[in-house]
Design a protein around this ligand. Structure first.
Ligand code: GAL
Length: 995
């Protein structure tokens, strides 16, 4: 009944606005009559999710465990997310990463998802799981396993073979997830998983797809998944929204919650230029109605973006978009776009991605190269980018003002400038207000001083404001904060630390901009300005204390009396406030990162990172007798503003030197090209079933690498033919993914190399290589053709058209005369790929690590390989056509207690491409940490995470360098570089590493 009345009240809100008022008209499309749906501890209604009955904005950040093959560092990323204020982490799981062969699953070591989910819970994060079966995520096959490429049944449908395969995966992964649900699994296990996604961006909605979705839902439930289930719609199309009966209001499938994704805000173009792109879309209350783009996609469930772009991926051959993306979706982007989402009632937002990591080995789909940095808030080198500060500040607001969960439009306000719009929302429970102030349109760049006149909970106010350039401000009014009444403030709230002795509130604004904060009291309070310039005036008629100031440095104001508890008000300029961290009972100022804060018997135990010697100041809501920082005692003194400060600075990291990479040894790596190479144990190409959707010429055998159990990386073919006058040309039709390539040899000599054009941003993934055969081919007698195809990943299957089944390896090979009656020379082909195929033996490194180079098959990439019989070599020495392996060793000496990100760099790192043409597969301690393509680019720096690298000891490196042997196509300078060096980091153990 209450909900009905409220709905009527909203509907009656005046839709016509004064010309000075906000442009948008709130479409109160949330169905406030929809009853709450409850799944154990998790429930929701049209406005927000609730956990244990408490409304909460789900503020989530995504990472991919498979893109950081170092489980101990998962904790580092999780801690950085938590410290940045996220309350939730989202994970895709990659089916193919765990399943090398049908029926075989591996969840050990770097694939230990039980460990990941436990860690997430330990770090205080709720978890959204996204196990697919289809993920996308710029993964090879979109996360499908290699063996699924050989299945003819259409994937992502209800075809029985596909469902049987998907069920195999779901059974395995659901068993792990079920144990970590917030509702428990009924067997005594419990964790922090709150939401479960089936499928991803399935944009086909035929009955067969509906039956598939129903099947996945039922399968998850049968496997014990007891949290709400949702799908992620590719844009707000309304696909796979819960179908609620108007009669009983009960959901009848295929999901419980509706979610969608969006990547607004412009892109980084090929030239690496940032654009300010479009304005922030209104994907909720303030948007136009209708199924497409409207707010009515699912009125009975809360606004939920399972992905909101926090960056973008980058392509082979680009000029390097990650720094550009970090900037584009950088300063202010978060404020405008995530703020507008929040104002639109999108109370569940998950940033895609919060940490991108590395598509190491052969994980990458053809649309990306090795680095999946994404321009994310946490860089590939695990550095918190500047944009993380804005996220932390938004998170601080969400934590300080829980009323923000479940707000609805509150009606227009008056604005004195046509350049400005204000989204004005209110809490149904407390009438607290949220005012998002931004430009009209939100990508406007003008500098404006204006007033906002509004009927706020404590009266009608004319609020003076400033908005300079691309920006938005998240303002609250009529809010109870730590025993105080905030009438309104033009500064933003970042943290509130309740305390019996002295609550602390931290507010901030843009440097030098004016600010005004109004608090209400029963009688005049005492105002003491401890630091900075703050003017105060008390208005006895209303009880309002008005503080006026400019945001400069950090002002400190002590307010006492007036019928309320004491308050320390900290008012900082934006950057100054960003130096604060809130963790539980403490507010800390100074360090580069505060990981944990725990109070044990009066002792405050802090852990975190410093980038340099850093002062430390803190406030605590519990009594603190002594302080430790990363285990060491910190001598402190109390401050005038009631906190504690360290008597001396926290130490920063020590410098250390990296070794030069010298003493290289090398060996030729394409013996398969030699005519007398022993290929007796290779598989013979035959006419086995062909599952690819790539058309091949009639009458050809099945040459595809996948058909022979080789799904990743390089594959070799050898073909024997009888020389004769018709052996003039060869046509090789092949599939090789983004920037893939092929090399053809005859009788041991390179005939030629073919590289697929990048065609960015949609890579060209198949090609036709035509070569004239050498004269020797016309000489009677046996000849051998050797072909190496480098498969740079299978396509994703984004459009559910089985694009992942596009051919890889050779599709057809035709030898014949230059002109005349077709290709007539018979060739008997054999194929070889990864050692063991689907039954490979390196189960530690797993499915993504190796392809089928001779050196890989013989362990040349492994640290223990004995290369003493190889010849001494230098980078830059001339190379034979084909593959040349380089190896060397080095020792690292990162000081104890420091976390350094170290990378391998090739040539001039300021240039996206080299003038020479060669490719390198990079193996560090046996781990394939990336591919460098000198003439394609743009990536020249390869992050090597600790755990792969031994930071305090011995390491090996092996480079498989391939060229066409042309003069100058040689390996450039190779060196280690330090990307980041801090004192702190997570605890790592040697036995925990997997070298
Ligand atoms: C989304 C998709 C993700 C990822 C992203 C781009 O549309 O759901 O899996 O591909 O785009 O990075």
């Amino acid at each position: 009944m209450r909900a009905l009345l409220l709905a009527a009240a909203i509907a009656a809100a005046p839709l016509v606005q004064a010309s000075t008022a906000v442009a948008q008209t709130a479409q109160a499309t949330a169905d406030l009559t929809a009853p709450a749906q409850t799944f154990g501890r998790v429930s929701y209604d049209a406005r927000s999710l609730m956990i244990n009955g408490k409304r909460l904005v789900i503020w989530s950040s995504e990472m991919h465990p498979f893109r950081l093959p170092s489980p101990e560092l998962w904790r580092d990323v999780l801690q950085k997310m938590k410290a940045s204020g996220f309350n939730t982490v989202a994970f895709y799981f990659d089916w193919g990463y765990h399943s090398p062969k049908q029926g075989v699953y591996d969840f050990t070591g770097i694939r230990d998802l039980d460990r990941l989910l436990k860690m997430s819970e330990e770090e205080g994060l709720y978890v959204i799981v996204r196990p697919g079966p289809y993920a996308n995520a710029e993964l090879t096959r979109g996360g499908f396993p290699g063996w699924l490429v050989n299945q003819r049944a259409p994937s992502r449908t209800d075809s029985p073979d596909y469902l049987a395969a998907a069920d195999e995966w779901m059974t395995q992964i659901n068993a792990i997830i079920a144990r970590h649900q917030i509702n428990g699994d009924g067997k005594g296990n419990q964790g922090s998983v709150i939401l479960y996604q089936i499928e991803n961006e399935l944009a086909l909605t035929t009955p067969a797809h509906r039956r598939y979705m129903d099947h996945l839902y039922a399968k998850a439930r049968a496997d014990g998944i007891n949290v709400p289930i949702f799908h992620n719609d590719q844009g707000r199309n309304g696909y796979w929204a819960p179908e609620t009966s108007p009669v009983d209001k009960v959901v009848h499938g295929p999901v419980d919650l509706y979610a969608f994704d969006g990547y607004p805000g412009g892109t980084c173009t090929v030239g690496g230029q940032t654009t300010r792109g479009a304005a922030a879309p209104d994907w909720g209350f303030y948007g136009p109605g209708g199924a497409k783009g409207g707010a009515s996609a699912s009125p009975s469930t809360p606004g939920f973006m399972a992905e909101i772009g926090g960056g973008w991926f980058d392509y082979w051959g680009s000029n390097g978009g990650y720094e550009c993306n970090a900037r584009q979706r950088g300063e202010r982007f978060q404020r405008v776009f995530y703020g507008v989402n929040l104002a639109n009632g999108i109370t569940l937002q998950s940033i895609y991605v919060g940490f991108g990591g590395t598509s190491w080995g052969w994980l990458a789909a053809p649309v990306v190269f090795t680095s999946y940095d994404y321009g994310a808030a946490i860089s590939e080198a695990r550095e918190l980018r500047v944009k993380a500060e804005e996220m932390k500040q938004l998170a601080g607001l969400l934590e300080s003002v829980p009323d923000l969960a479940g707000m609805i439009p509150a009606g227009p306000v008056e604005i004195s400038s046509p350049n400005i719009q204000v989204y004005h929302n209110r809490s149904l429970e407390t009438d607290a207000r949220f005012l998002l102030v931004t430009h009209k349109p939100s990508n406007g760049q003008t500098n404006d001083d204006f007033t906002v006149t509004a009927n706020l909970p404590d009266g009608r106010y004319v609020v003076p404001m400033t908005l300079n350039g691309f920006d938005a401000k998240w303002l609250v009014a009529g809010v109870d904060l730590a025993g105080q009444r905030l009438v309104y403030s033009t500064s933003e709230v970042q943290a509130v630390l309740p305390s019996a002795r002295q609550p602390v509130a931290l507010m901030y604004g843009r440097k030098d901009e004016p600010g005004q904060t109004v608090l209400r009291f029963a009688s005049a309070p005492n105002v003491t300005v401890l630091d900075g310039q703050v003017r105060s005036a008390f208005e006895p008629a209303t009880g309002d204390l008005k503080l006026d100031y400019a945001h400069q440095g950090l002002a400190r104001v002590k307010i006492s009396g007036g019928g309320r508890p004491d308050l320390l008000l900290l008012i900082g300029e934006e950057k100054e406030a960003a130096r604060f961290w809130r963790q539980g009972d403490v507010l800390v100022r100074g360090p580069a990162l505060l990981r944990h804060a725990r109070i044990e018997r009066g002792q405050l135990l802090l852990t975190g990172d410093t980038r340099e010697a850093t002062p430390l100041e803190l406030w605590s809501s519990q009594p603190v007798r002594s302080v430790r920082w990363n285990g060491a005692t910190v001598a402190t003194r109390t401050t005038a503003s009631g906190g504690l400060e360290a008597r001396s600075a926290l130490p920063g990291p020590a410098d250390f030197a990296l070794p030069a990479l010298t003493n290289w040894r090398a060996a030729p790596g394409s013996p398969e090209a030699k005519p007398d190479f022993d290929d007796r144990d290779w598989q013979t190409i035959d006419n086995r079933a062909y599952a690819s959707n790539t058309l091949r010429p009639d009458g050809q055998p099945n040459m595809l690498m996948d058909a022979y159990g080789f799904h990743e990386g390089d594959v070799w073919y050898r073909g024997r033919f009888e020389g004769g006058p018709n052996a003039e040309t060869i046509e090789l039709f092949y599939g090789a993914g983004g920037a893939g390539m092929l090399q053809l040899f005859m009788d041991g000599e390179l005939v030629g190399q073919d590289e697929l054009p990048t065609g960015m941003p949609r890579p060209i993934t198949t090609g036709m290589a035509r070569f004239t055969l050498p004269d020797a081919a016309r000489t009677p007698g046996p000849h051998v053709l050797s072909v190496m195809v480098r498969n740079n990943g299978h396509n994703w299957n984004l459009d559910a058209n089985d694009f992942h089944k596009e051919a890889r390896g050779l599709v057809s090979a035709s030898v014949g005369p230059r002109s005349g009656p077709g290709f007539s020379v018979p060739v008997a082909w054999k194929i070889q790929g990864r050692q063991g195929g689907e039954d490979f033996t390196d189960t530690v490194r797993g499915v993504a690590n190796n392809g089928g180079l001779f050196g890989e098959r013989n362990g040349w990439h492994l640290p223990q390989f004995d290369d003493t019989r190889w010849s001494a070599a230098t980078v830059g020495q001339p190379l034979q056509p084909g593959v040349t392996w380089y190896r060397t060793n080095f020792d690292l000496n990162v000081p104890q207690g420091q976390d350094a990100s170290i990378a391998l760099a090739f040539g001039d790192i300021d240039k996206p491409r080299s003038d020479t043409a060669y490719r390198v597969l990079i193996f560090v301690n046996g781990w394939h940490m990336g591919q460098f393509i000198a003439n394609v680019g743009p990536q020249r720096v390869f992050t090597l995470p600790e755990g792969i690298l031994n930071p305090r000891g011995h390491n090996s490196i092996a480079l498989a360098v391939s060229t066409d042997g042309a003069p100058g196509n040689v390996l450039e300078d190779v060196r280690l570089i330090i990307q980041r060096n801090v004192r702190g980091g997570v605890q790592t153990t040697t036995e925990g590493s997997h070298r």
